[in-house]
Design a protein around this ligand. Structure first.
Ligand SMILES: [Zn+2]
Length: 453
């Protein structure tokens, strides 16, 4: 199924074939299906079992634009130039989570143990924040424990937290005029965008240093310098370590936009497209998953796997390879594939990016694995990830990750004490804060907005 999803790479809320592949597999394995979760056409849930605690396995299957690449090659060769590709390994991600859910379902059936297993098919992880919409719709309200993973260079427990983020479009409207004959009649929306960006660049000095703000101009108002641009649009991504800090930073960004509109006598409208919360890790669940990984050990890579990984590594820079070891605070070694399990030493470390698993982690104790599916040094969102996505080494890493997730889920089904400890840890880490969705009340999943620009 992972190979099938790899072959039909679809992005952000457009994952029709990929979601269908997951639905077919869930049906074949005897799961009851709920489609159109949170009014998202490519989101689905499969459930099996009766009574007992509910264990959720989170899967993803969205691809990235522009990363088309032939499988099994150690050189950059797109299948179709500019087309989509699975540059974050989400073909493996969804499949391993479904495999883990199936293994636990089979165990419940065979042993007659009360308990329910759910597979959550979550689209649009890359910039679409589907899980945040699914949380808002109440899809996780009765879940006891959530488990997921991500393809990586290494195998082990994911211990880093991630940033909360928000995507906002600012649309400025001014008045067109002949830029030479009657410039005094024009009000430039493009000027407003430029001034907003300048204002944000000045604001950076006066915001917390662990926050991030980036922007892309989506519409500069046209290609004619002799026309005063009446319309312009800029998309912002704002990131902060925690949700409350994000919400206050967004208010400051909005003030800068209003200031730019005031300066240029234009009007500004802001639309929040999507937002995700920071990730809350869970110590009791990480401890259990660490024990599980230590007993499973690294994926059973073979000589051919190492040979292919070496070819991929020949396309990487020494800096790429060092970055992978540095990210995990490990001393660099000359191995093509991870032959060990990550030690338990990275808790409380912040990773630069964001994930919509964050929203799930605010409402359900959540634990995530890393699976070794890539040559050491491979960076996510590159053609090298796509090239390795169907390889035997990726399959071995994926199946190991499924085992680690299934065994962690089994421990959570069997131990009420573990579930209670996991909930107590979540409450402690929320520090009394109530989960506030980073998505504004009336906002819908940005299915249409993501397909244009
Ligand atoms: Zn990813």
């Amino acid at each position: 199924m992972s190979d099938r999803v790899w072959e039909t790479p679809e992005t952000c809320y457009m994952e029709k074939l990929s979601a269908a592949a997951h639905r077919e597999m869930l049906e074949a394995q005897g799961f009851a299906i709920t489609e159109n979760v949170a009014d998202i056409p490519t989101a689905l849930i499969g459930e099996a079992g009766e009574g007992g605690p509910i264990i959720a396995f989170l899967g993803e299957y969205d691809a990235l634009a522009g990363l088309s690449q032939k499988a099994g090659l150690a050189s950059h060769e797109p299948i179709v130039a500019g087309a989509n590709g699975h540059g974050c390994g989400h073909n493996l991600l969804g499949s391993a989570s479904l495999l883990a859910a199936t293994a636990l379902k089979d165990w419940l059936e065979e042993t007659g143990t009360p308990g329910r297993v759910r597979y959550y098919g979550c689209p649009a992880e890359e910039g679409g924040a589907a899980k945040a919409f699914m949380v808002r719709a109440g899809a996780f309200e009765d879940v006891d424990i959530a488990i997921s993973w991500h393809p990586s260079n290494f195998a082990g427990v994911q211990r880093e937290t991630s940033l909360a983020n928000c995507r906002i479009d600012f649309s400025f409207t001014g008045r067109a005029a002949h830029a030479a004959a009657v410039p005094e009649l024009g009000r430039s929306a493009l000027d407003a965008v430029e001034l907003m960006n300048v204002g944000i660049n000045y604001m950076r000095e006066h915001m917390p240093s662990d926050c991030r703000i980036h922007y892309a101009v989506l519409d500069a108002g046209g290609i004619s310098p002799n026309v005063v641009q009446a319309y312009a649009k800029v998309r912002y991504v704002v990131r902060a370590p925690e949700l409350p800090g994000l919400l206050s930073l967004i208010e400051r960004v909005k003030k800068v936009a209003e200031g730019a509109a005031l300066m240029t006598e234009t009007k500004v409208e802001s639309t929040i497209l999507a937002g995700v919360s920071n990730l809350i890790v869970n110590a009791p669940l990480m401890d259990v998953m660490q024990d599980v990984w230590d007993s499973i050990g690294p994926p059973p890579f073979e000589e051919e796997d190492r040979a292919f990984a070496e070819k991929i590594r020949a396309t990487l820079t020494p800096q790429d390879i060092s970055a992978s070891w540095n990210q995990e605070r490990l001393e660099e070694r000359d191995v093509p594939l991870a032959d060990f399990i990550l030690p338990p030493h990275n808790e409380n470390r912040q990773m630069g990016g964001s994930t919509d698993v964050g929203d799930v982690s605010w409402v359900v104790p959540t634990v995530q694995a890393y699976g070794a599916t890539l040559a050491v040094g491979t960076q996510l969102h590159t053609w090298q990830v796509v090239a390795q996505g169907k390889s035997p080494l990726a399959h071995k890493g994926m199946i190991s990750a499924a085992k680690a997730m299934a065994a962690t889920g089994l421990a959570a089904i069997e131990s009420e004490q573990l579930r209670e400890a996991a909930w107590a840890d979540l409450k402690k880490r929320r520090k009394g804060q109530v989960y506030t969705s980073p998505i504004p009340p009336g906002a819908e999943p940005p299915v249409a907005a993501m397909t244009v620009k």
